[in-house]
Design a protein. Structure first.
Length: 299
């Protein structure tokens, strides 16, 4: 069983959007995924997102996605929420992935805004509703217009929040004003999907994080969150400021690339990337070491 959650924190508070480890020849590394998942939960995550963009979902097959969910559940499903990314720009395919994730035993679903085909808001509403209708699992929306090309408008979020299984939103919109209104009007559990805005989003009502930098600084993210929830905003701010070099360094280029490099530097499972993603150059790796070191990460 996953940890007990509440309607306010349906997937826990600190989640890492986990990379998908590959072997040297580019195959899925299920043993590495289990070891990485255990490491992340030991570090303080009470949830993991698998098969998200950080998990290289655009270049893993449906079979690999299913295998990964099952492997991570086997490793940590009794002590962390395992949320399966199932979002595509094809509603039928997303529904199929959602049903497969439910059969595998996932605790919840992450559904990203359909990308590239740029549907109107009514299309978004019907897309997310079809996913939520397809299984009995709770759904976290994922609003990231920088990747999808289309934001989920506040009115659409409010409409979707009426669905009993749409319970949360991962916010990577980068708009605190819109977030404030959407949180207030929708009542959804709100998760920061932009590490640089973790603390600011808490201040307008977010309940936790779905993080990329959690691969290397989960204890610090937990300390930031706990301090804020305990009313010590000054301490939370101090932690946030100490992490600024990490937030910056991990996103100097595409986040999966830097995350896998950082994990490799720490001797943790990661492996190569699948094209079109490519490894850091030696100069970029040297800069990443400087950034992580400035943020207190031990390499």
């Amino acid at each position: 069983m996953a940890p007990i959650s509440t309607p306010q924190t349906p997937f826990g508070r600190v989640l890492t959007a986990m990379v998908t480890p590959f072997t040297a020849d580019g195959a899925l590394d299920l043993d590495g995924a289990q070891r990485l998942a255990a490491h992340l939960v030991d570090a303080g995550n009470d949830g993991l997102v698998v098969n998200g963009t950080t998990g290289e979902s655009p270049t893993t097959s449906d079979v690999e996605k299913d295998q990964l969910v099952r492997a991570v559940l086997e490793a940590v499903g009794d002590r962390a929420h395992v949320v399966a990314g199932i979002g595509t720009n094809d509603t039928h395919h997303s529904v199929e992935l959602a049903r497969a994730a439910e059969r595998a035993g996932a605790h919840g679903l992450l559904a990203v805004t359909p990308y590239y085909n740029k549907p109107p808001q009514e299309g978004l509403f019907r897309h997310f509703t079809a996913i939520a209708d397809a299984t009995g699992l709770p759904v976290m929306l994922y609003d990231i217009p920088g990747r999808s090309g289309v934001p989920i408008d506040t009115e659409t979020i409010v409409r979707l929040a009426a669905h009993p299984r749409i319970v949360a939103n991962k916010d990577a919109k980068g708009d605190l004003g819109r977030a404030s209104w959407a949180i207030a009007r929708s009542g959804l559990a709100w998760y920061s999907g932009d590490d640089m805005l973790n603390l600011p989003l808490l201040s307008v009502g977010a309940c936790g994080f779905v993080s990329v930098v959690g691969h290397v600084v989960t204890p610090e993210l937990r300390a930031l969150l706990d301090a804020y929830l305990n009313g010590d905003v000054q301490k939370a701010t101090e932690v946030h400021q100490r992490l600024l070099p990490v937030f910056t360094g991990m996103f100097r280029t595409q986040g999966v690339i830097t995350t896998k490099a950082a994990l490799s530097l720490q001797g943790l499972p990661a492996g190569p990337l699948r094209l079109p993603l490519v490894e850091l150059t030696p100069e970029e790796t040297a800069q990443l070491k400087i950034d992580l070191g400035a943020g207190g990460v031990q390499l």
